[in-house]
Design a protein around this ligand. Structure first.
Ligand code: C2E
Ligand code: CA
Ligand code: CA
Length: 853
């Protein structure tokens, strides 16, 4: 069955074997009929022999006996005249071929053929059974000899003969031989046999014929119908599913097939539906989508056809790589062969052979045992053009027409890529105008712009080959010098000369006709030499900028970048970034509170001290990040957070005033950094926080350092006065470490003076020359306390660690004490616990010290 080939290909070893019924069914039936016929013939043949034997057994035997008896009777009548008659009479029987009476000497006494009489039997009688004759004579028993082949039966019987006259023997024996001709009997049996075979044969053949016809009608025909039905289903025609009448296995098969067809129809409808949807989806896509197998396109959407400029439906079967530009072909083939997936830029060719810059995203999928690659192609020509335009625009500084920071970074990247070459050096300088802000502020933006344009023109004009200049931000320019020769020293010297040349250009008087003014500008520059450890352009730029800031701070015109400087700068940068994240609210910042107690150990207030729970570095004390926060301006939000948190904490304690009686009058000290204090909104913010949280301003004591005050006395005074009007109190922190000018103290609205820890630490220490101007710390403290009391200031001693320090400070007249001797700064809950425990015993402790020796 050639139709079943696909099945046979996947057949398991125990799959049943089938044959061609149309051939084998009739052939089998005919062969079966013939086989039955043969069996019948064999059975009949056996029966024919059996009938001969039966004949021999019965007929011949009886006749023999009868004839023998008659013969013996005739012989007893002595005359023997009737003997011939008797024997000859046997010949009348049609079955008898011949008969003879033979004496023991073998002489024929009488025979059916008269001519044999008197002759010798072995010679005359054909096929005379001499052996059997002798045996009959000896045993005196009759014998039958059947020859099927000769179709004859020879019957032998002993006969007692009368003595002839003169014979002396008591008796004489002879034998009677009768040979029967069996051929008529055989003919008759054979005829019978043939007739029977004929009848059987024709019946069988007829049966076979009918069986074949029935098989054709009941099996082969329905099978054919089923087969045609299957073929139609296979071709997708589910409407002409064959039906069979009656019942039986084929009917069940047909029903199963009908069910299968219905199922298939439903599935194929669903499939068609989803395929239509898929096609709509893929056709609606902006991207060209192509499926290929080993480069041969299996499917492609409308966008792909449009992209390639081919008629609809004509992508199928084509070689995908014929659409890839020659220079991209090898790599694309290699990726396809290695089954790589990814997104790549590739140049395609449309039907006219023009190049389409495209981006293709390739995925590989296994579908029904086939490996298909799905390629989504996007035409990126417009995007590239736009990018090129943006790049062009984004590389030029609009104001001066110089390359901008971006362009400089790119040029730097190219320089870095080249700096593997031996002896090749380059330098990057950043120039920043001094006090440019004041030009803007005093003369206006237009004048500022004019200044920048003029400087840019001068710098460009001063360039020599190998140098490039860029404007990298408002008042900063960068100079890139490549191709420097010689040792690092020589190259640095050359670079320094070039930079100084540009600084000289900046320093040229600048006329502003509109303002009738001549400006004398200056600038400072930082230089970084290449190659060095830094290979990233932004990093190099940062190094040059760091050096430039150094130059400004040091008051030098040109400063070269040193590496240690950079490390500290980058550590600071990292810290700054982390701090910025911490401020975004990740619960990393927290406050600890350190008690401030009176001479009796009663808690009067606490100082809020910030801590930073860093995710990698653990708990960081404020000394490690406040300075950076200050430098970066992050201190403003940080200080704001501290203020809000500290005031909220005070509010929480106050709300539990019943349990925590010490909290009722408690003051909250909050450190305020100079930058934070200078912030324009500072006063408003403090007021807002107090109002929002609902804590009275009297409880808040802002701690300022002398720097704050010294920076800008007038502005400071105004802000302090404003806050003071609202009730906020002030403490002067770290007193004695800064300007230590007591003169301004009387101008400031301060409530508390906090004597710096270093004075307290030195109590009891020997007097050091130059240390405190030759005075002992205790004397200094005495002076400070006396002076402060004159000004009506409360005096707080910081960093009290020992009982003797405390005793001395009490003796001096200090009012409030803060230090590890009482408690370290504690988390909110621990502070509550401490204050509760302390409430009772503190006074006794202080009392003991005060009244001590
Ligand atoms: P400060 O304002 O002088 O704070 C007192 C510092 O001395 C605290 O250090 C405190 O833990 C420590 N201290 C207190 N008693 C003793 C003592 O008996 N012995 C010794 N050796 N030290 C004692 P901390 O918390 O590390 O703060 C250091 C500095 O960080 C503060 O000095 C303050 O200037 C600044 N700071 C802390 N929190 C803030 C804040 O919220 N805002 C601002 N702007 N600065 C803060
Ligand atoms: Ca403080
Ligand atoms: Ca302090």
């Amino acid at each position: 069955m050639s139709d079943t080939r696909p099945l046979a290909q996947t057949a398991a070893p125990d799959t049943p074997r089938v044959v061609r019924l149309q051939l084998w069914l009739p052939l089998g039936m005919v062969l079966t009929a013939l086989a039955i016929l043969c069996v019948l013939l064999v059975v009949d043949g056996g029966r024919y022999i059996a009938s001969l034997q039966q004949f021999a057994d019965r007929t011949a035997h009886e006749e023999l006996l009868r004839t023998r008896r008659s013969l013996e009777a005739a012989l007893r009548r002595t005359d023997g005249s009737s003997l011939d008659g008797l024997v000859t009479g046997l010949g009348l029987d049609r079955a008898v071929r011949h008969a003879a009476l033979v004496d023991d000497a073998g002489a024929i006494l009488a025979a059916t053929r008269l001519a044999w009489k008197g002759g010798a039997a072995p010679q005359l009688i054909p096929d005379y059974p001499q052996q059997a004759a002798r045996q009959v004579l000896q045993t005196q028993r009759e014998a039958l000899e059947l020859s099927i082949a000769g179709q004859r039966l020879t019957a032998l019987a002993p006969v007692t003969l009368g003595l002839r006259p003169g014979e002396l023997r008591a008796t004489r024996h002879g034998l009677l031989l009768i040979e029967y001709d069996l051929s008529p009997l055989a003919r008759q049996a054979l005829g019978h046999l043939l007739q029977q075979a004929l009848v059987f044969g024709s019946v069988l053949l007829l049966g076979a014929l009918i069986a074949v016809l029935l098989a054709r009608r009941l099996i082969l025909r329905p099978l054919q119908v089923l087969q045609q039905g299957l073929a139609r289903i296979g071709a997708g025609d589910f409407t002409h599913v064959p039906r069979l009448r009656g019942r039986g296995e084929l009917r069940e098969l047909a029903d199963a097939m009908a069910r299968m067809a219905a199922e298939l129809q439903a599935r194929s409808a669903a499939l068609q539906d989803s395929e239509a949807r898929y096609r709509q989806l893929s056709d609606a896509a902006f991207e060209g989508i192509v499926l290929h197998e080993d480069g041969v396109i299996v499917d492609g959407n409308a966008a792909a056809e449009r992209l390639m400029g081919v008629p609809p439906g004509s992508l199928m079967g084509r070689d995908l790589f014929s659409f890839v530009a020659a220079h991209d072909m090898p790599i694309m083939r290699q990726r396809a062969q290695q089954g790589e997936e990814g997104v790549w830029s590739v140049d395609l060719l449309d039907h006219t052979g023009s190049i389409i810059a495209a981006e293709c995203s390739v995925r590989q999928r296994s579908v029904g045992g086939r490996t298909l690659r799905v390629v989504a192609v996007r035409d990126i020509r417009e995007r590239l053009a736009a990018q090129a335009e943006i790049r062009q625009l984004s590389h030029v500084d609009a104001l001066t027409g110089l390359p901008n920071r971006h362009a400089l970074l790119q040029q730097l990247a190219e320089e870095v890529a080249r700096d593997g070459l031996p002896g090749r050096r380059a330098a990057l300088a950043v120039l920043n105008l001094d006090a440019f802000k004041s030009v803007n502020d005093s003369l206006g933006m237009a004048a500022g712009d004019l200044v920048l344009r003029t400087i840019a023109r001068r710098l460009s004009a001063a360039l020599v080959p190998g140098q490039a200049v860029a404007r990298i931000n408002a008042d900063s320019f960068a100079l890139l010098i490549s191709g420097l020769q010689g040792s690092l020293e020589q190259a640095s010297a050359t670079a320094a000369r070039a930079v100084e040349g540009l600084l000289a250009q900046v320093a040229q008087p600048l006329h502003l006709p509109e303002h009738e003014q001549v400006l004398h500008l200056s600038a400072a520059a930082g230089v970084v030499m290449m190659p060095n450890d830094s290979r990233e352009p932004p990093e190099l730029l940062r190094e040059a900028e760091t050096a430039m800031h150094q130059a400004k701070q040091a008051g030098t015109r040109v400063q070269f970048f040193a590496h240690a400087l950079q490390q500290a700068a980058s550590a600071r940068l990292l810290l700054r970034n982390d701090l910025r994240q911490a401020l975004d609210g990740h619960g990393q910042l927290l406050l600890h509170y350190q008690p401030q107690v009176d001479r009796h150990g009663q808690i009067l207030g606490v100082e809020a001290l910030v801590r930073w729970q860093h995710p990698r570095r653990g708990l960081i004390p404020p000394g490690e990040f406040i300075a950076e926060a200050e430098a970066s301006g992050l201190i403003v939000p940080l200080g704001q957070w501290v203020l809000e948190e500290a005031v909220s904490c005070l509010r929480r304690w106050r709300s539990r005033a019943d349990e925590l009686p010490w909290a009722r009058q408690l003051s909250m000290g909050v450190n305020v950094s100079p930058r934070q204090f200078r912030d324009n909104d500072f006063v408003a913010r403090v007021q807002d926080v107090l109002a929002c949280v609902g804590v009275d301003a009297l409880s808040l004591e802002l701690e300022l350092t002398e720097n704050v005050v010294a920076d800008d006395l007038q502005a400071t005074l105004e802000k302090m006065a404003e806050l003071r009007r609202h009730g906020v109190r002030f403490a002067l922190d770290d007193f004695g470490t800064g300007y230590s000018s007591l003169s301004y103290l009387k101008h400031l609205p301060i409530n508390t003076l906090k004597i710096d820890r270093s004075f307290v630490m030195d109590i009891g220490a020997p007097v050091q020359d130059g240390g405190s101007g030759g005075k002992s710390p205790s004397v200094l403290i005495d002076a400070i306390v006396a002076m402060a009391h004159q000004l009506d200031l409360c005096v707080l001693a910081e960093g009290v660690e020992t009982p003797s320090q405390l005793a001395r400070l009490v003796a001096t007249g200090c009012d409030v004490f803060q230090g590890y001797y009482f408690s370290r700064p504690l988390p909110e809950d621990a502070l509550v616990a401490w204050a509760q425990a302390q409430a009772g015993k503190a006074s006794a402790q202080v009392q003991a010290v005060v009244t001590g020796p």
